[in-house]
Design a protein around this ligand. Structure first.
Ligand code: ADP
Length: 433
Protein backbone atom coordinates (compact mmCIF):
# COMPACT_ATOMS: atom_id res chain seq x y z
CA UNK A 1 0.00 0.00 0.00
CA UNK A 2 1.20 3.49 -0.78
CA UNK A 3 0.35 5.15 2.52
CA UNK A 4 1.82 2.68 4.99
CA UNK A 5 5.35 3.83 4.17
CA UNK A 6 6.55 7.38 4.92
CA UNK A 7 7.20 9.65 1.93
CA UNK A 8 10.80 10.30 0.86
CA UNK A 9 12.43 13.09 -1.11
CA UNK A 10 14.52 12.59 -4.26
CA UNK A 11 16.51 15.53 -5.63
CA UNK A 12 17.48 15.27 -9.31
CA UNK A 13 20.28 17.25 -10.94
CA UNK A 14 19.68 18.72 -14.43
CA UNK A 15 19.81 16.09 -17.23
CA UNK A 16 19.31 13.12 -14.94
CA UNK A 17 16.53 10.67 -14.16
CA UNK A 18 14.93 8.69 -11.36
CA UNK A 19 14.46 5.09 -12.56
CA UNK A 20 11.97 2.88 -10.83
CA UNK A 21 10.13 -0.44 -10.98
CA UNK A 22 6.90 -1.28 -9.17
CA UNK A 23 5.62 -4.85 -9.37
CA UNK A 24 2.03 -5.88 -10.01
CA UNK A 25 1.31 -6.54 -6.33
CA UNK A 26 2.24 -3.09 -5.03
CA UNK A 27 1.50 0.56 -5.53
CA UNK A 28 3.91 3.43 -5.38
CA UNK A 29 3.45 7.12 -6.02
CA UNK A 30 5.54 10.03 -7.27
CA UNK A 31 4.83 13.72 -6.80
CA UNK A 32 6.73 16.63 -8.35
CA UNK A 33 7.45 19.15 -5.58
CA UNK A 34 9.73 21.61 -7.34
CA UNK A 35 11.16 22.16 -10.84
CA UNK A 36 10.13 20.40 -14.03
CA UNK A 37 10.12 16.71 -14.90
CA UNK A 38 8.66 14.32 -17.46
CA UNK A 39 7.97 10.63 -17.93
CA UNK A 40 8.75 9.56 -21.51
CA UNK A 41 8.12 13.09 -22.76
CA UNK A 42 4.95 13.91 -20.81
CA UNK A 43 5.45 16.64 -18.23
CA UNK A 44 4.42 15.98 -14.64
CA UNK A 45 2.08 18.56 -13.09
CA UNK A 46 3.49 20.03 -9.89
CA UNK A 47 1.79 18.76 -6.73
CA UNK A 48 -0.12 15.98 -8.52
CA UNK A 49 0.32 12.46 -7.14
CA UNK A 50 0.90 9.86 -9.85
CA UNK A 51 0.51 6.27 -8.82
CA UNK A 52 2.03 3.19 -10.43
CA UNK A 53 1.48 -0.56 -10.32
CA UNK A 54 3.30 -3.05 -12.57
CA UNK A 55 5.42 -0.32 -14.18
CA UNK A 56 9.09 0.20 -15.04
CA UNK A 57 9.88 3.78 -16.03
CA UNK A 58 11.94 6.90 -15.39
CA UNK A 59 11.21 10.48 -14.35
CA UNK A 60 13.61 12.64 -16.37
CA UNK A 61 14.44 16.29 -15.74
CA UNK A 62 16.12 18.76 -18.11
CA UNK A 63 16.62 21.48 -15.50
CA UNK A 64 16.58 19.69 -12.12
CA UNK A 65 13.69 18.93 -9.76
CA UNK A 66 12.60 17.61 -6.38
CA UNK A 67 10.28 14.61 -6.15
CA UNK A 68 8.37 13.12 -3.26
CA UNK A 69 8.05 9.36 -3.56
CA UNK A 70 6.05 6.92 -1.46
CA UNK A 71 5.27 3.21 -1.49
CA UNK A 72 7.03 -0.02 -2.37
CA UNK A 73 9.46 0.30 -5.25
CA UNK A 74 11.07 -2.92 -6.39
CA UNK A 75 13.94 -0.91 -7.86
CA UNK A 76 14.76 2.79 -7.47
CA UNK A 77 17.89 4.74 -8.34
CA UNK A 78 18.98 7.93 -10.00
CA UNK A 79 21.13 8.04 -13.13
CA UNK A 80 22.86 10.97 -14.78
CA UNK A 81 23.85 9.23 -17.99
CA UNK A 82 20.90 9.15 -20.34
CA UNK A 83 20.48 9.33 -24.14
CA UNK A 84 17.83 12.07 -23.78
CA UNK A 85 19.89 14.75 -25.57
CA UNK A 86 20.20 12.50 -28.64
CA UNK A 87 16.46 11.71 -28.46
CA UNK A 88 15.70 15.44 -28.34
CA UNK A 89 17.99 15.98 -31.35
CA UNK A 90 16.13 13.23 -33.21
CA UNK A 91 12.88 15.04 -32.44
CA UNK A 92 14.31 18.35 -33.70
CA UNK A 93 15.42 16.72 -36.96
CA UNK A 94 11.94 15.22 -37.37
CA UNK A 95 10.38 18.62 -36.66
CA UNK A 96 12.54 20.05 -39.44
CA UNK A 97 11.13 17.47 -41.86
CA UNK A 98 7.61 18.55 -40.83
CA UNK A 99 8.41 22.19 -41.52
CA UNK A 100 9.77 21.25 -44.96
CA UNK A 101 6.67 19.11 -45.62
CA UNK A 102 4.44 22.04 -44.70
CA UNK A 103 6.30 24.39 -47.04
CA UNK A 104 6.10 21.92 -49.92
CA UNK A 105 2.56 20.77 -49.00
CA UNK A 106 3.99 17.27 -48.91
CA UNK A 107 3.77 14.21 -46.65
CA UNK A 108 5.37 14.57 -43.22
CA UNK A 109 7.98 12.07 -41.96
CA UNK A 110 7.13 8.36 -41.68
CA UNK A 111 9.41 7.09 -38.95
CA UNK A 112 9.94 3.39 -38.30
CA UNK A 113 11.54 2.50 -34.94
CA UNK A 114 13.24 -0.92 -35.00
CA UNK A 115 15.53 -2.95 -32.77
CA UNK A 116 15.46 -6.04 -30.55
CA UNK A 117 13.06 -6.55 -27.63
CA UNK A 118 13.52 -4.29 -24.63
CA UNK A 119 15.75 -1.58 -26.03
CA UNK A 120 13.29 1.25 -25.40
CA UNK A 121 11.45 1.40 -28.77
CA UNK A 122 8.04 2.10 -27.27
CA UNK A 123 9.55 4.56 -24.78
CA UNK A 124 11.28 6.43 -27.63
CA UNK A 125 8.02 6.51 -29.62
CA UNK A 126 6.28 8.02 -26.59
CA UNK A 127 9.00 10.66 -26.26
CA UNK A 128 8.86 11.55 -29.97
CA UNK A 129 5.05 11.61 -29.97
CA UNK A 130 4.92 13.79 -26.83
CA UNK A 131 7.55 16.24 -28.05
CA UNK A 132 5.71 16.48 -31.37
CA UNK A 133 2.42 17.15 -29.59
CA UNK A 134 4.06 19.73 -27.32
CA UNK A 135 5.15 21.58 -30.47
CA UNK A 136 1.59 21.69 -31.76
CA UNK A 137 1.79 18.61 -34.02
CA UNK A 138 -0.71 15.77 -34.26
CA UNK A 139 1.45 12.78 -35.16
CA UNK A 140 -0.03 9.38 -35.79
CA UNK A 141 1.24 6.67 -33.46
CA UNK A 142 1.19 3.27 -35.12
CA UNK A 143 1.69 0.23 -32.90
CA UNK A 144 2.72 -2.94 -34.70
CA UNK A 145 3.98 -4.73 -31.60
CA UNK A 146 1.27 -7.33 -31.23
CA UNK A 147 2.82 -8.84 -28.09
CA UNK A 148 2.11 -5.60 -26.29
CA UNK A 149 -1.11 -4.15 -27.69
CA UNK A 150 -0.10 -0.64 -26.70
CA UNK A 151 -3.44 0.97 -27.41
CA UNK A 152 -6.19 -1.61 -27.41
CA UNK A 153 -5.48 -5.31 -27.06
CA UNK A 154 -2.58 -7.68 -27.46
CA UNK A 155 -2.76 -9.13 -30.97
CA UNK A 156 -4.01 -5.92 -32.61
CA UNK A 157 -2.16 -3.52 -34.88
CA UNK A 158 -3.41 -0.01 -34.31
CA UNK A 159 -3.05 3.62 -35.26
CA UNK A 160 -4.13 6.60 -33.22
CA UNK A 161 -3.71 10.33 -33.63
CA UNK A 162 -1.86 11.93 -30.74
CA UNK A 163 -4.14 14.91 -30.19
CA UNK A 164 -3.90 14.96 -26.40
CA UNK A 165 -1.18 14.84 -23.79
CA UNK A 166 -0.07 11.26 -23.17
CA UNK A 167 -1.11 10.01 -19.77
CA UNK A 168 1.77 9.92 -17.27
CA UNK A 169 0.48 6.75 -15.61
CA UNK A 170 -0.83 4.93 -18.68
CA UNK A 171 1.46 6.06 -21.50
CA UNK A 172 -0.42 5.71 -24.78
CA UNK A 173 -3.45 4.98 -22.68
CA UNK A 174 -6.19 2.49 -22.95
CA UNK A 175 -9.84 2.33 -23.73
CA UNK A 176 -10.41 3.64 -20.19
CA UNK A 177 -8.39 6.79 -20.67
CA UNK A 178 -9.87 7.13 -24.13
CA UNK A 179 -13.34 7.02 -22.60
CA UNK A 180 -12.38 9.51 -19.90
CA UNK A 181 -10.78 12.01 -22.24
CA UNK A 182 -13.74 11.66 -24.55
CA UNK A 183 -12.33 13.74 -27.38
CA UNK A 184 -9.66 11.28 -28.40
CA UNK A 185 -10.17 9.67 -31.78
CA UNK A 186 -10.97 5.97 -31.46
CA UNK A 187 -7.94 4.04 -32.64
CA UNK A 188 -8.03 2.34 -35.98
CA UNK A 189 -7.36 -1.36 -35.38
CA UNK A 190 -6.96 -4.61 -37.29
CA UNK A 191 -6.71 -7.94 -35.53
CA UNK A 192 -3.76 -10.20 -36.16
CA UNK A 193 -4.41 -12.35 -33.11
CA UNK A 194 -0.96 -13.78 -32.45
CA UNK A 195 1.90 -12.54 -30.35
CA UNK A 196 4.78 -12.51 -32.83
CA UNK A 197 4.86 -11.70 -36.57
CA UNK A 198 6.77 -14.99 -36.90
CA UNK A 199 3.61 -16.93 -35.88
CA UNK A 200 2.01 -16.20 -39.26
CA UNK A 201 4.23 -14.00 -41.40
CA UNK A 202 1.90 -13.91 -44.39
CA UNK A 203 -1.10 -12.78 -42.36
CA UNK A 204 0.97 -10.26 -40.39
CA UNK A 205 2.08 -8.71 -43.68
CA UNK A 206 -1.50 -8.63 -44.91
CA UNK A 207 -2.83 -6.99 -41.75
CA UNK A 208 -0.10 -4.34 -41.66
CA UNK A 209 -0.64 -3.62 -45.36
CA UNK A 210 -4.34 -3.05 -44.72
CA UNK A 211 -3.60 -0.75 -41.79
CA UNK A 212 -1.12 1.20 -43.93
CA UNK A 213 -3.53 1.69 -46.81
CA UNK A 214 -6.38 2.79 -44.53
CA UNK A 215 -4.01 5.25 -42.86
CA UNK A 216 -2.96 6.59 -46.24
CA UNK A 217 -6.60 7.17 -47.23
CA UNK A 218 -7.35 8.94 -43.93
CA UNK A 219 -4.24 11.10 -44.07
CA UNK A 220 -5.09 12.21 -47.59
CA UNK A 221 -8.12 13.93 -46.08
CA UNK A 222 -6.40 15.37 -42.98
CA UNK A 223 -3.77 18.03 -43.72
CA UNK A 224 -2.65 18.48 -40.12
CA UNK A 225 -1.92 14.81 -39.42
CA UNK A 226 -0.44 14.28 -42.86
CA UNK A 227 2.20 16.93 -42.21
CA UNK A 228 2.89 15.73 -38.64
CA UNK A 229 3.55 12.27 -40.09
CA UNK A 230 3.63 8.94 -38.31
CA UNK A 231 5.74 7.22 -35.67
CA UNK A 232 5.70 3.47 -36.14
CA UNK A 233 6.56 1.21 -33.21
CA UNK A 234 7.55 -2.36 -34.01
CA UNK A 235 8.14 -5.84 -32.58
CA UNK A 236 11.59 -6.95 -31.39
CA UNK A 237 12.55 -9.40 -34.12
CA UNK A 238 16.04 -9.13 -35.57
CA UNK A 239 16.24 -12.57 -37.22
CA UNK A 240 15.47 -13.30 -40.89
CA UNK A 241 11.70 -12.93 -40.27
CA UNK A 242 12.35 -9.56 -38.61
CA UNK A 243 14.37 -8.39 -41.62
CA UNK A 244 11.74 -9.60 -44.09
CA UNK A 245 8.88 -7.95 -42.19
CA UNK A 246 10.84 -4.73 -41.61
CA UNK A 247 11.42 -4.33 -45.36
CA UNK A 248 7.74 -5.01 -45.98
CA UNK A 249 6.82 -2.27 -43.48
CA UNK A 250 9.22 0.20 -45.10
CA UNK A 251 7.40 -0.42 -48.40
CA UNK A 252 3.79 -0.36 -47.26
CA UNK A 253 4.12 2.61 -44.88
CA UNK A 254 6.39 4.46 -47.37
CA UNK A 255 8.87 4.92 -44.51
CA UNK A 256 11.49 7.61 -45.02
CA UNK A 257 13.27 7.54 -41.63
CA UNK A 258 14.36 4.30 -39.96
CA UNK A 259 15.58 4.65 -36.39
CA UNK A 260 17.57 1.65 -35.18
CA UNK A 261 17.80 1.38 -31.41
CA UNK A 262 20.53 -0.54 -29.67
CA UNK A 263 21.62 -2.99 -32.40
CA UNK A 264 24.77 -2.27 -34.43
CA UNK A 265 24.33 -5.13 -36.89
CA UNK A 266 20.75 -4.27 -37.72
CA UNK A 267 21.83 -0.67 -38.29
CA UNK A 268 24.66 -1.70 -40.56
CA UNK A 269 22.49 -4.18 -42.52
CA UNK A 270 19.67 -1.68 -43.02
CA UNK A 271 22.16 1.01 -44.07
CA UNK A 272 23.45 -1.41 -46.71
CA UNK A 273 19.98 -2.52 -47.85
CA UNK A 274 18.81 1.09 -48.31
CA UNK A 275 22.15 2.42 -49.51
CA UNK A 276 20.87 3.54 -52.90
CA UNK A 277 17.52 4.85 -51.67
CA UNK A 278 18.16 8.61 -51.37
CA UNK A 279 14.67 9.03 -49.95
CA UNK A 280 15.30 6.81 -46.89
CA UNK A 281 17.57 7.77 -43.97
CA UNK A 282 18.74 5.11 -41.54
CA UNK A 283 19.87 6.51 -38.19
CA UNK A 284 21.00 4.82 -35.02
CA UNK A 285 20.31 5.86 -31.46
CA UNK A 286 21.68 4.43 -28.25
CA UNK A 287 19.62 2.36 -25.90
CA UNK A 288 19.10 3.93 -22.47
CA UNK A 289 20.89 2.21 -19.60
CA UNK A 290 17.57 2.37 -17.77
CA UNK A 291 15.65 0.09 -20.13
CA UNK A 292 14.69 -3.02 -18.30
CA UNK A 293 14.39 -6.49 -19.73
CA UNK A 294 10.95 -7.87 -19.18
CA UNK A 295 10.92 -11.61 -18.62
CA UNK A 296 8.23 -13.94 -19.93
CA UNK A 297 6.25 -13.72 -16.67
CA UNK A 298 6.21 -9.91 -16.71
CA UNK A 299 5.16 -9.87 -20.38
CA UNK A 300 2.32 -12.28 -19.73
CA UNK A 301 1.19 -10.20 -16.77
CA UNK A 302 1.33 -7.03 -18.84
CA UNK A 303 -0.84 -8.70 -21.49
CA UNK A 304 -3.34 -9.82 -18.86
CA UNK A 305 -3.37 -6.36 -17.31
CA UNK A 306 -4.03 -4.85 -20.76
CA UNK A 307 -6.98 -7.21 -21.36
CA UNK A 308 -8.38 -6.55 -17.87
CA UNK A 309 -8.01 -2.81 -18.46
CA UNK A 310 -9.94 -3.04 -21.73
CA UNK A 311 -13.00 -4.33 -19.91
CA UNK A 312 -12.64 -2.91 -16.40
CA UNK A 313 -10.62 0.28 -16.91
CA UNK A 314 -7.95 1.51 -14.55
CA UNK A 315 -8.11 2.66 -10.93
CA UNK A 316 -8.51 6.23 -12.21
CA UNK A 317 -11.12 5.47 -14.85
CA UNK A 318 -13.09 2.42 -13.88
CA UNK A 319 -15.35 0.81 -16.47
CA UNK A 320 -18.19 -1.62 -15.86
CA UNK A 321 -18.45 -4.26 -18.60
CA UNK A 322 -21.70 -6.06 -19.41
CA UNK A 323 -22.18 -9.80 -19.27
CA UNK A 324 -24.69 -11.21 -21.74
CA UNK A 325 -26.00 -14.54 -22.92
CA UNK A 326 -25.83 -15.21 -26.67
CA UNK A 327 -27.09 -18.08 -28.78
CA UNK A 328 -24.46 -19.93 -30.79
CA UNK A 329 -26.32 -18.76 -33.89
CA UNK A 330 -25.85 -15.08 -32.91
CA UNK A 331 -22.14 -15.15 -33.67
CA UNK A 332 -20.08 -16.14 -36.69
CA UNK A 333 -16.65 -16.99 -35.32
CA UNK A 334 -13.66 -17.02 -37.67
CA UNK A 335 -9.98 -17.84 -37.39
CA UNK A 336 -7.24 -16.98 -39.82
CA UNK A 337 -4.65 -19.46 -40.99
CA UNK A 338 -4.54 -22.84 -39.41
CA UNK A 339 -0.77 -22.48 -39.23
CA UNK A 340 -0.60 -25.36 -36.83
CA UNK A 341 -2.26 -27.72 -39.23
CA UNK A 342 0.19 -30.06 -40.96
CA UNK A 343 0.04 -30.00 -44.75
CA UNK A 344 -1.57 -33.44 -44.67
CA UNK A 345 -4.51 -32.03 -42.71
CA UNK A 346 -5.29 -29.31 -45.24
CA UNK A 347 -7.94 -29.54 -47.91
CA UNK A 348 -6.56 -31.21 -51.05
CA UNK A 349 -4.86 -28.78 -53.37
CA UNK A 350 -4.46 -25.97 -50.87
CA UNK A 351 -0.92 -24.73 -50.54
CA UNK A 352 0.31 -23.99 -47.00
CA UNK A 353 1.23 -20.39 -47.91
CA UNK A 354 -2.32 -19.73 -49.06
CA UNK A 355 -3.74 -21.39 -45.94
CA UNK A 356 -1.86 -18.95 -43.72
CA UNK A 357 -4.20 -16.15 -44.67
CA UNK A 358 -7.41 -18.13 -45.29
CA UNK A 359 -10.45 -17.54 -43.12
CA UNK A 360 -11.71 -20.68 -41.40
CA UNK A 361 -15.13 -20.82 -39.76
CA UNK A 362 -14.99 -22.07 -36.17
CA UNK A 363 -17.78 -24.58 -35.76
CA UNK A 364 -16.72 -26.09 -32.46
CA UNK A 365 -17.51 -23.13 -30.24
CA UNK A 366 -16.02 -24.89 -27.21
CA UNK A 367 -12.73 -23.67 -28.68
CA UNK A 368 -13.76 -20.10 -27.90
CA UNK A 369 -13.92 -20.57 -24.15
CA UNK A 370 -11.78 -17.89 -22.45
CA UNK A 371 -10.90 -16.36 -25.82
CA UNK A 372 -10.71 -12.73 -26.78
CA UNK A 373 -12.65 -12.14 -30.00
CA UNK A 374 -12.39 -9.09 -32.22
CA UNK A 375 -15.68 -7.72 -33.58
CA UNK A 376 -15.21 -7.12 -37.29
CA UNK A 377 -16.77 -4.09 -38.91
CA UNK A 378 -18.49 -6.28 -41.48
CA UNK A 379 -22.11 -6.71 -42.55
CA UNK A 380 -23.72 -10.14 -42.55
CA UNK A 381 -23.75 -10.22 -46.32
CA UNK A 382 -20.05 -9.75 -46.83
CA UNK A 383 -17.78 -12.25 -48.51
CA UNK A 384 -14.82 -13.89 -46.79
CA UNK A 385 -12.51 -11.58 -48.68
CA UNK A 386 -14.39 -8.56 -47.38
CA UNK A 387 -14.30 -9.99 -43.85
CA UNK A 388 -10.53 -10.24 -44.10
CA UNK A 389 -10.49 -6.58 -45.09
CA UNK A 390 -12.49 -5.43 -42.07
CA UNK A 391 -11.12 -3.35 -39.27
CA UNK A 392 -12.04 -4.01 -35.66
CA UNK A 393 -14.86 -2.24 -33.81
CA UNK A 394 -14.08 -3.65 -30.37
CA UNK A 395 -13.45 -6.85 -28.44
CA UNK A 396 -15.47 -9.34 -26.44
CA UNK A 397 -14.48 -12.11 -24.06
CA UNK A 398 -16.13 -15.53 -23.91
CA UNK A 399 -16.45 -16.47 -20.24
CA UNK A 400 -18.62 -19.56 -20.66
CA UNK A 401 -19.74 -21.93 -23.42
CA UNK A 402 -22.65 -24.31 -22.87
CA UNK A 403 -22.92 -26.98 -25.55
CA UNK A 404 -26.21 -28.27 -24.09
CA UNK A 405 -28.14 -25.03 -24.26
CA UNK A 406 -26.03 -23.84 -27.24
CA UNK A 407 -25.46 -20.55 -25.52
CA UNK A 408 -22.39 -18.65 -24.46
CA UNK A 409 -21.71 -15.95 -21.91
CA UNK A 410 -19.96 -12.94 -23.33
CA UNK A 411 -18.30 -9.99 -21.61
CA UNK A 412 -18.59 -6.76 -23.58
CA UNK A 413 -17.60 -3.17 -22.79
CA UNK A 414 -20.92 -1.90 -24.18
CA UNK A 415 -24.51 -2.83 -23.27
CA UNK A 416 -27.13 -4.20 -25.65
CA UNK A 417 -26.68 -6.09 -28.88
CA UNK A 418 -23.23 -6.48 -30.38
CA UNK A 419 -22.72 -3.99 -33.21
CA UNK A 420 -21.85 -6.79 -35.67
CA UNK A 421 -21.99 -10.59 -35.72
CA UNK A 422 -18.72 -11.53 -37.36
CA UNK A 423 -15.91 -12.04 -34.87
CA UNK A 424 -12.29 -13.04 -35.31
CA UNK A 425 -10.52 -15.32 -32.89
CA UNK A 426 -6.79 -15.28 -32.30
CA UNK A 427 -4.48 -17.18 -30.00
CA UNK A 428 -5.05 -15.03 -26.89
CA UNK A 429 -6.79 -16.65 -23.95
CA UNK A 430 -7.55 -14.96 -20.66
CA UNK A 431 -8.80 -16.32 -17.38
CA UNK A 432 -10.82 -13.62 -15.71
CA UNK A 433 -9.89 -13.43 -12.04
P1 ADP B 1 10.83 -2.07 -26.35
O1 ADP B 1 9.68 -1.32 -26.95
O2 ADP B 1 12.08 -1.93 -27.15
O3 ADP B 1 10.52 -3.51 -26.06
P2 ADP B 1 10.29 -0.45 -24.03
O4 ADP B 1 10.35 0.98 -24.45
O5 ADP B 1 8.94 -1.05 -23.87
O6 ADP B 1 11.18 -1.37 -24.96
O7 ADP B 1 11.13 -0.57 -22.67
C1 ADP B 1 11.24 -1.76 -21.93
C2 ADP B 1 10.90 -1.49 -20.47
O8 ADP B 1 11.88 -0.59 -19.91
C3 ADP B 1 9.56 -0.79 -20.31
O9 ADP B 1 8.93 -1.31 -19.15
C4 ADP B 1 9.93 0.68 -20.14
O10 ADP B 1 8.94 1.40 -19.45
C5 ADP B 1 11.24 0.56 -19.37
N1 ADP B 1 12.13 1.73 -19.58
C6 ADP B 1 12.42 2.32 -20.75
N2 ADP B 1 13.29 3.34 -20.56
C7 ADP B 1 13.54 3.38 -19.23
C8 ADP B 1 14.36 4.20 -18.39
N3 ADP B 1 15.11 5.19 -18.90
N4 ADP B 1 14.37 3.94 -17.06
C9 ADP B 1 13.62 2.95 -16.54
N5 ADP B 1 12.84 2.13 -17.27
C10 ADP B 1 12.80 2.34 -18.60
Amino acid sequence: MTDSLPPRTVVLEPDSEFRFEVDFKNNASIKLIKGTAEIFGTELAEGNEYSFCGRKAAVYTWHGCTLEIQGSFLVEYTANETPMVSYLNAHLAIQDLRIKAKQANDMGPRILVVGPHDVGKTSLCKILASYGYRQGEKPLYVSLDTAEGAITMPGAVTATTINHLLDVEEGFGSSATTAAIGSVAVPLAYYYGYESPADNVKYYKLVTEKLASTIQRRLAADDESRISGSIIDTFGLVDHVGYEVTQHLVDVFAVNVIIVLGHERLYSDLTRIYNDRQDISVVKLHKSGGVVERDRAFRTQTQKAKIHEYFYGTSNYELAPYSMLLNFSDLHVWRVGETVAPTSAMPMGMDPQQAESELVKVTNLDMCLHSILAILDAEDTETEEQLLDSNVLGFIYISDVNENTRKMTVLSPAPGRLPRNHVLMGAFKWLET
